[in-house]
Design a protein around this ligand. Structure first.
Ligand SMILES: Nc1nc2c(c(=O)[nH]1)N[C@H]1C(S)=C(S)[C@@H](COP(=O)(O)O)O[C@H]1N2
Ligand SMILES: [Mo]
Length: 207
């Protein structure tokens, strides 16, 4: 295997225009929310198969099957972190517990203060996509998204809301927070899909 920090490794593992970041910077818009366990709930709503809304309190969510995923993180501001170990609940697990209606094509992932990110259903349900509660075996810190953040390793990291509170199943696409503010609707770092002006027909919702 190629050493991750060698030049060769960077060429192989880094999407175009990215560089490796050592340490773990904090990147987000707005303040860090305070976690209030008695008020916290995780909600799956919108076009569910049975039309109902699913809710988990914090202790219920914490009891869901826990898995580990090792993945890279690519921020659109051009830094990447390689080989981050995340622990949490895979989106596939959640999908099994809260099945979407057959017409669902996209999801909106919602976080505290109304932050949101839209994803194609296939990106949301990718094998390595998970709701992370831990990093390298330790609970997330407040500024990194405690108690819960979404990790979508194959897309730019703005597609993974920190302080996530719910998922909306959608039957059409709709732009999320950064997608409304000039960022690419899909956000694939390997194709360098950074900005909305790069979108091609079919990449985003009809204007
Ligand atoms: N709620 C929320 N989640 C967010 C953001 C944000 O502004 N708000 N920024 C995203 C961006 S652009 C990045 S690069 C990652 C950064 O995660 P980190 O601060 O843990 O490194 O969080 C993502 N999740
Ligand atoms: Mo980012």
């Amino acid at each position: 295997m190629v050493q991750p920090e060698s030049r060769e490794g960077e060429r192989v593992q880094l999407p175009p225009g990215q560089r490796v970041q050592r340490g773990w910077p904090v990147t987000h818009y707005g303040p860090v929310p305070r976690f209030r366990p008695e008020r916290w709930e995780f909600r799956v709503f919108g076009a569910t198969a049975d039309g109902g809304t699913y809710r988990w309190r914090h202790e219920e969510f914490s009891a869901l099957p826990h898995e580990t995923v090792v993945a890279d993180l690519h921020c659109v501001t051009r830094f990447s972190m390689l080989g981050v170990e995340w622990g949490g609940v895979r989106t596939r697990t959640l999908l099994g517990l809260a099945p979407p209606a057959p017409e669902v094509t996209h999801v909106m992932v919602w976080a505290e203060y109304g932050y949101s990110a839209n994803l194609r259903l296939a990106d949301f349900t990718a094998d390595h996509t998970l709701f992370a509660t831990h990093r390298a075996g330790e609970p997330l810190t407040a500024e990194h998204g405690f108690p819960l953040r979404l990790v979508v390793p194959h897309l730019y990291a703005w597609k993974g809301p920190k302080w996530v509170r719910g998922v909306e199943y959608m039957t059409t696409d709709r732009r999320g927070f950064w997608e409304e503010r000039g960022y690419h609707n899909i956000g694939d770092p390997w194709r360098e899909q950074r900005y909305s002006y790069q979108e091609e027909p079919g990449d985003g919702p009809e204007p």
